[in-house]
Design a protein around this ligand. Structure first.
Ligand SMILES: [Zn+2]
Length: 133
């Protein structure tokens, strides 16, 4: 849902160094960008999420028969997803590093800000654990 141009990882979010762990003896390093939202930004995100799902509920009114299910479902999801958006105070936007096993470039995708992160190397398909350095 973050389509604005200001959402580019390097533009707003500070860089955090991470350790990428394979087995206990395998370790490499990398960086991630972590975005922290202010309470005002969290409220704005929640309102945006609610507005999108409310709009979906409005559009569902025009679908015969299915509107009996879709309208209440979309309204329910509007409340659930907007509360979830408000509750989320930060996110790992992504980053990169090197795989501790095969040394290939490891792209870290956008994830919830819950450490340690888990990822899979796209080159050797092995599981790696990512911790803050
Ligand atoms: Zn690898």
């Amino acid at each position: 849902m973050n389509t604005s141009a200001g959402e580019a990882p390097s533009a707003q979010a500070p860089v955090t160094n991470v350790r990428i762990l394979g087995k206990p003896d395998k370790e490499s390093s990398g960086t991630v960008h972590i975005k922290h939202w202010t309470p005002q930004e969290r409220l704005l995100r929640a309102l945006k999420t609610f507005a999108i799902w409310f709009f979906i509920a409005l559009l569902s009114v025009f679908i015969p028969i299915l509107h009996f299910v879709l309208v209440p479902l979309a309204l329910l999801l509007a409340f659930i997803f907007s509360f979830m958006a408000y509750g989320q105070s930060s996110v790992v936007l992504g980053g990169s590093g090197s795989c501790p096993f095969c040394s290939a470039r490891l792209d870290i995708v956008r994830k919830p800000d819950r450490w340690p992160l888990d990822d899979i190397c796209s080159s050797c398909s092995r599981h790696v654990r990512i911790e803050k350095a």
